[in-house]
Write a protein that binds this ligand. Structure first.
Ligand code: AMP
Length: 290
């Protein structure tokens, strides 16, 4: 496994990789969610590239950029075991040199949900992912359903900008008690960690209701809120039952939806989601034409 930092090293290493190249962009502090994407890439591609970069431009001024957990030696050991070919660990000044002034923005899809509560977040994500894609030039890239809106936004961007990259979405990997794996779970103390299962329980309650025939969007949101209210450590930021294509909030009867929520457990902001009515647990892959 080769580990590189500069763009020049990356380009040189990239030239020697067999294609198709599969790419998994991450912010590091890797867990089984990340590794599940690496394994999908390993199975489907001749070479696998992973990037580790805590992207400053996707964090708000009062968010956790400085505190975000980092452990590169541990990450590299995990990736080595997965048979990764190349790891790229750029620095902030490589990605954002002085006088950087070009941004990629996806419009409607970034307005609701996370976009409403994290202004500028998706602009940072789409810009850094474009830069990572331009440097790595993968044929396929892998994202997690855990960040459902992010995966949809990336698929939209790749399509709108004719990037010749397939975007594959892997299922959300969970702890045995349902909590979705996240690098941010390390912020939780033991009491908060127990409380954090309420996100999964709220989503599962709404999904169960949908499967028993409940179709009213507001009722599905109310079911999630009722479960969340039971947990004194939980402070709800949003609860959503949204159209799976537009991500706009639904009213009345729903055929299919993205159920999603953002909840503070203490100072830690957690998100989670489930799809209903689509006959699948993840967004379909985006495959470019031609
Ligand atoms: P991050 O390091 O948080 O930026 O995540 C890197 C990639 O891993 C993103 O595509 C995430 O959606 C994905 N990911 C994070 N957590 C999970 C999880 N629990 N299950 C599946 N994928 C995940």
């Amino acid at each position: 496994m080769q580990v590189v930092t500069t763009l020049e090293e990356l380009r040189r290493a990239r030239r020697n990789l067999a294609e198709p190249v599969g790419f998994v962009p991450t912010m590091g502090y890797l867990h089984e969610g990340h590794l599940s994407l690496v394994r999908m890439a390993r199975e489907e591609c001749a070479s696998v590239v992973v990037s580790i970069f805590v992207n400053p431009t996707q964090f708000g001024p009062h968010e956790d950029y400085q505190q975000y957990p980092r452990d590169i030696p541990r990450d590299l050991a995990l990736l080595e075991k997965e048979g990764v070919d190349l790891v790229w660990t750029p620095t902030p000044d490589i990605m954002y040199p002085e006088d950087f002034q070009t941004w990629v923005t996806v419009e409607q899809l970034t307005v609701p949900l996370e976009g409403k509560h994290r202004p500028g977040h998706f602009r940072g994500v789409t810009t850094v992912v474009t830069k990572l894609f331009n440097a790595v030039q993968p044929q396929r890239a892998y994202f997690g359903q855990k960040d459902a809106q992010q995966a949809r936004v990336i698929q939209q961007m790749v399509r709108d900008l004719n990037m010749p990259i397939a975007i594959i979405v892997g299922p959300t990997i969970r702890e045995p008690d349902g909590l979705a794996l996240s690098s941010r779970n390390t912020y939780l103390n033991p009491q908060e960690r127990r409380a954090a299962t309420v996100l999964y329980r709220a989503l599962q309650a709404a999904k169960d209701a949908f499967e028993r025939g409940e179709r009213d969007a507001e009722t599905l949101r109310r079911i999630m809120r009722e479960v969340l209210t039971q947990e004194p450590l939980a402070r709800v930021q949003y609860v959503s039952c949204a159209h799976p294509d537009t991500l706009e909030e639904l009213e009345g009867p729903v055929e299919a939806a993205l159920l999603s929520l953002a909840v503070f457990i203490g100072k830690t902001r957690l998100i989670d989601n489930m799809l209903v009515g689509l006959g699948r647990d993840t967004w379909p892959p985006y495959i470019p034409e031609g």
